[in-house]
Design a protein around this ligand. Structure first.
Ligand code: THU
Length: 135
C-alpha cells in the first residue's frame, strides 16, 4: 500500500474517533499481508476507564475477523502530537502480544510527516507467555 493511501485511511479512522471527553482523537490502521485492512479509533465512555484506544480497536477488529499475528504486515497510527504519537503503555503490551516483533509501525503526524519503527522497539523486558510457561 502506498504511503499516501495509508495516510488517507488512518486519517479516516482519526475522524471516526469517539473522543467526546478528552477531545483527543487517535486513528489506527492494521494492514494485512493480503492487502486487506482494518481501521480502529479511540472509543471513549462516560465511565472514563472503559475507553478503548485506537490501536486496540484496530487489532481487536483484526483478530475478531479471524486474522492472527502472522497475517499482519503493519500498524499505522495518527494523532495530534507535537512530536510523533506513540502507543500508550497498555497498547504496547497488547501490540507485543498480537503482532510479530519485526512488524512495522508507521507513526503519522497530522501534517503527513511520518516515521517507521518496529514492534520490538516498544517494550523492553516484556512480560509475555514465556513467563507463564516458565514453571
Ligand atoms: N489514546 C489512544 O487511542 N491511543 C494511544 O496510544 C494514546 C491514547 C486515546 C485514549 C483516549 O481516548 C485519548 O487518547 C486520550 O488519552
Amino acid at each position: 500500500m502506498k504511503i499516501e493511501e495509508k495516510y488517507e485511511l488512518v486519517l479516516k479512522a482519526y475522524q471516526n474517533a469517539y473522543a467526546k471527553y478528552s477531545l483527543f482523537q487517535v486513528g489506527a490502521l492494521v494492514i494485512l499481508k493480503n492487502g486487506q485492512y482494518y481501521l480502529g479509533s479511540n472509543i471513549e465512555n462516560a465511565s472514563y476507564g472503559l475507553t478503548n484506544c485506537a490501536e486496540r480497536s484496530a487489532l481487536f477488529a483484526t483478530y475478531s475477523n479471524g486474522y492472527r499475528k502472522n497475517d499482519i504486515a503493519e500498524l499505522v497510527l495518527i494523532g495530534k502530537s507535537q512530536n510523533y504519537l506513540y502507543p500508550c503503555g497498555a497498547c504496547r503490551q497488547v501490540i507485543c502480544e498480537l503482532m510479530e516483533k519485526d512488524a512495522t509501525i508507521t507513526l503519522f503526524k497530522l501534517n503527513k510527516e511520518y516515521k517507521v519503527i518496529k514492534v520490538s522497539e516498544l517494550l523492553p523486558n516484556l512480560f509475555d507467555e514465556r513467563e507463564l510457561n516458565a514453571n
